[in-house]
Design a protein around this ligand. Structure first.
Ligand SMILES: CC(C)(COP(=O)(O)OP(=O)(O)OC[C@H]1O[C@@H](n2cnc3c(N)ncnc32)[C@H](O)[C@@H]1OP(=O)(O)O)[C@@H](O)C(=O)NCCC(=O)NCCS
Length: 193
């Protein structure tokens, strides 16, 4: 019989050694603004830096609606030591029929280089493959975004290829690299570690 995956996403709490991935709350607006207004965060992203708390509120209102409808949305990344939300890790596209999801992510520059995003993505991979029983997790990266590609490689992703001039953003066309990790590769990696 054909496997029938869940079609609605639920966003449970996901814990790691140093982080808690959890649903965003209205009270996170100042934390999100603190890093989301910094241009280096959005340099390779499709959204513009926040100009005001109202921009954050719009994002949160849309996020709460997505939670309610079980649609692709963001987990907040809470740093356990401080209780501060220092980033988001998101499902940006969900194709239950094809057992596939695409992820996106952003972290406060104050926390870059500590392995946080690698830790968070690894937790989301376990949830995606073990709990949702998905077959493929995908991510898209602009080639200049070397740290992002590095994080994906560290998590075991492979580069599928490049979509040439697939994006028009901030006045220029951009190539987009597609990375993916399959369930069987994830299981093989886990067996090996
Ligand atoms: C991409 C991002 C999430 C990485 O988060 P992070 O927690 O700093 O990532 P990690 O610490 O797990 O790993 C970063 C890796 O990139 C490497 N790196 C960082 N800057 C680099 C550079 N300029 N050139 C080469 N490698 C670099 C780090 O050394 C590290 O690799 P290592 O563990 O082998 O040393 C973070 O930089 C970010 O939020 N960027 C802005 C938003 C964004 O671009 N999101 C991705 C969209 S596709």
């Amino acid at each position: 019989m054909e496997r029938v995956p869940a079609t609605r996403l639920t966003y449970p709490d996901l814990r790691t050694e140093r982080l808690l991935l959890r649903r965003l709350r209205r009270s996170d607006r100042h934390d999100l603004y603190a890093y989301g207004q910094q241009p280096e965060v959005t340099r390779y992203l499709l959204w513009d830096s926040y100009r005001s708390l109202e921009d954050v509120d719009q994002f949160l209102t849309a996020t709460f609606q997505h939670y309610q409808l079980g649609e692709p949305a963001s987990w907040g990344i809470e740093e356990l030591a401080t209780g501060v939300v220092v980033g988001t890790l998101s499902y940006v596209d969900f194709q239950p029929r094809h057992h596939r999801v695409e992820i996106g992510y952003a972290l406060s520059p104050a926390c870059w280089g500590r392995g946080y995003m690698t830790e968070a993505i690894n937790r989301l991979l376990a949830y995606s493959f073990d709990n949702l029983e998905l077959n493929r997790v995908e991510a898209r990266v602009i080639p200049e975004n070397v740290p992002s590609a590095r994080v994906l490689r560290k998590c075991g992703f492979q580069r599928d290829g490049v979509l040439r001039e697939n994006l028009f953003s901030r006045g220029a066309y951009h190539d987009v690299e597609v990375y993916s990790l399959l369930a069987r590769e994830w299981r093989a990696m886990r067996m090996g570690s």
